[in-house]
Design a protein around this ligand. Structure first.
Ligand code: F0G
Length: 352
């Protein structure tokens, strides 16, 4: 399936001396750009496209970096691979580790990740380490683990960034190499923003494109250290002590890749913003009604665009690509609770 991979078809732009048989792949990538209909109307945009990375093998963009990271892990002879995660990385790591025949250890913030994602990690045979506290505590615990046999596959692993940058290449192909005006993505640990920056920079450097889309990063208001950094213009990021948001995937207070992400945002003339949990919920519902669906963290993109539209900051003719990072079924608990609440409100109305 190596030749079917939407990542490895760009291997001229990827590291590694690997032979085709060495690649650890599940035919990731090749995800569509979907035109936004109701969502486009709600933002006044004729050309709103969703790049749906949730339509990857484990339902999330993490697979794009896991195929490259796991291939490298196997190449260097790793026996155990590990990550800290808000859920999606652990699901992806578990799946690709199984393919590679490696043992997977995943460090998760106890009680704070979607059960769907936990179920995936279990299904794919990972060893689960539950950590009290947030993702940040889980990552600290993992990094302090004294075990030389562990190969770390967190998003700071440069091989993961390499796979994730191919999103930009694929997006440009799908747009027939017409550079969009804006690429907007959620910001958690900021690995994706860093990867997109690298992809854009390389395309420009190699002469494939002559201008750059604005890279806009959206955080949840309760987990917004990068948005705060942008707003204040501070030199150093101040971590959010107790990050809190319904979008558990991005409930992160101390994003590790903020310098690279900041470089990308500045290089492209973009910016960083934040949206509330309520705005995320409304945007997510609209994406659902477009027949597309996504998990809460992904909906920060449309929530951000709706906010920009309300402020008159979106040009109707602009071409905008919103990155949807995770599948709707990644957090069914959130959906069912949101609809139960909506039903209660409707009943209350009917009953006066
Ligand atoms: N969207 C989803 C669905 C995610 O799972 C994540 C991160 C992000 C957005 C943010 O991406 O960290 O590159 O800025 N999830 C990680 C995990 C932290 O462990 O699954 P980022």
């Amino acid at each position: 399936s190596a030749d079917r991979s939407g990542v490895w078809r760009f291997r001229d732009l990827l590291p590694g001396p690997y032979s085709l048989e060495d690649l650890v792949t599940l035919s990731e990538g090749n995800t569509p750009l979907v035109h936004g209909l109701k969502t486009g109307k709600s933002t006044g945009l004729d050309q709103l496209f969703f790049k749906h990375l949730g339509w990857n093998p484990t339902g999330c963009f993490k697979d794009l970096g896991m195929t490259t990271g796991m291939t490298e892990a196997k190449h260097v002879g790793a026996k155990i691979v590990a990550c800290a995660s808000t859920g999606n990385t652990s699901a992806s790591l578990a799946a690709y580790a199984s393919r590679a025949g490696l043992e997977a250890h995943v460090y998760l913030p106890s009680g704070k990740i979607s059960l769907n994602k936990l179920a995936q990690a279990l299904e794919f045979g990972a060893k689960i380490v539950e950590v009290d506290g947030s993702f940040d505590a889980a990552l600290d615990q993992l990094l302090n683990t004294k075990n030389d046999d562990i190969y770390f596959l967190n998003s700071v692993n440069p091989f993961r960034v390499e796979g994730q940058k191919t999103v930009i290449f694929e997006m440009m192909e799908q747009l027939d190499w017409r550079v969009p005006d804006v690429v907007i993505c959620p910001g958690g640990n900021l690995g994706n923003s860093a990867a997109f920056s690298k992809g854009l920079e390389e395309l420009k450097e190699f002469g494939f494109i002559d201008r750059l889309p604005k890279l806009v990063v959206v955080q949840a208001a309760g987990a917004n250290p990068f948005a705060e950094l942008w707003r204040t213009g501070a030199d150093e990021l101040t971590p959010t002590e107790h990050p809190e948001t319904v979008a558990t995937a991005i409930r992160i207070g101390n994003p590790r890749s903020w310098r690279k992400a900041l470089h990308g945002v500045k290089m492209t003339g973009g910016f960083v913003m934040e949206v509330t949990d309520e705005e995320i919920g409304e945007a997510k519902a609209l994406i659902g009604l477009d027949g597309i669906g996504c998990e809460p963290a992904s909906a920060t993109t449309l929530a951000g665009l709706r906010k920009l539209h309300a402020e008159g900051k979106l040009d109707r003719d602009a071409t905008v690509v919103a990155i949807l990072t995770g599948h709707a079924l990644k957090d069914t608990d959130y959906i069912l609770k949101a609809h139960a609440k909506a039903n209660e409100a409707r009943l209350a109305e009917v009953n006066g």
